[in-house]
Design a protein around this ligand. Structure first.
Ligand code: SF4
Length: 190
């Protein structure tokens, strides 16, 4: 039998049959059923709650089910500033979520400490958990959060390593731990 006899011919498929890469199919299924954890830290959480209102309707993305238990959630929206006291709790909630899982850092406070440049607030939640999408603003409007969801969906759909998420997330965390803490970094003065 020659190689040409093995060649794939899409025209030879019966009608109603379509082909897809397993990775892309998994990405499509995952991105259309992302369930956020019910989890809010500060004022940004009010805007997060509004995304489930009829005006914004995140049910159209299959995301309306905010889970009361992290064990059924695969998206953590860090909505608000993270105090040093809450940091271990945030990490515990993240660890209780099953893989694959994603994190959106909502607002300047969660992303960088924002205007709270002091010892009580974690200067960026990526010191605690690996972040997939950073959302600026104070507070970001629900429409901005929906835009962040769409960016996350793109990432999930296009990720060629959907089944290696755990190893990748651990690698990102190791790199973050090796970074100079912001409090010690001197920026342009270094
Ligand atoms: S970014 Fe603004 S709205 Fe969000 S937690 Fe910080 S102060 Fe509150």
């Amino acid at each position: 039998m020659t190689n040409s006899e093995y060649a794939f011919d899409p025209e030879a498929l019966p009608s109603g049959v379509m082909t897809a890469k397993i990775n892309e199919l998994a990405g499509f299924l995952l991105k259309t059923s992302v369930w956020p954890a019910t989890f809010g830290l500060a004022c940004c959480a009010i805007e997060m709650m509004v995304t489930v209102s009829p005006d914004n309707d995140i049910a159209r993305f299959g995301m309306e089910r905010f889970c009361a238990t992290p064990r059924q959630a695969d998206l953590m929206i860090v909505a608000g500033r993270v105090s040093q006291k809450m940091a271990p709790v945030v990490r515990q909630v993240y660890d209780q979520m099953p893989e694959p899982k994603w994190v959106v850092s909502m607002g300047v406070c969660a992303s960088s400490g924002g205007m709270f440049n002091n010892y009580a607030i974690v200067q960026g939640v990526d010191h605690i958990v690996p972040v997939d999408v950073y959302l600026p603003g104070c507070p970001p409007r629900p429409q901005m959060l929906i835009n962040a969801f769409l960016k996350l969906h793109e990432q999930i759909q296009k990720s060629p390593h959907i089944f290696d998420r755990k190893a990748i997330a651990r690698e990102v965390e190791r790199a973050a731990m090796a970074e100079v803490p912001l409090i010690e970094s001197k920026g342009l003065l270094a």
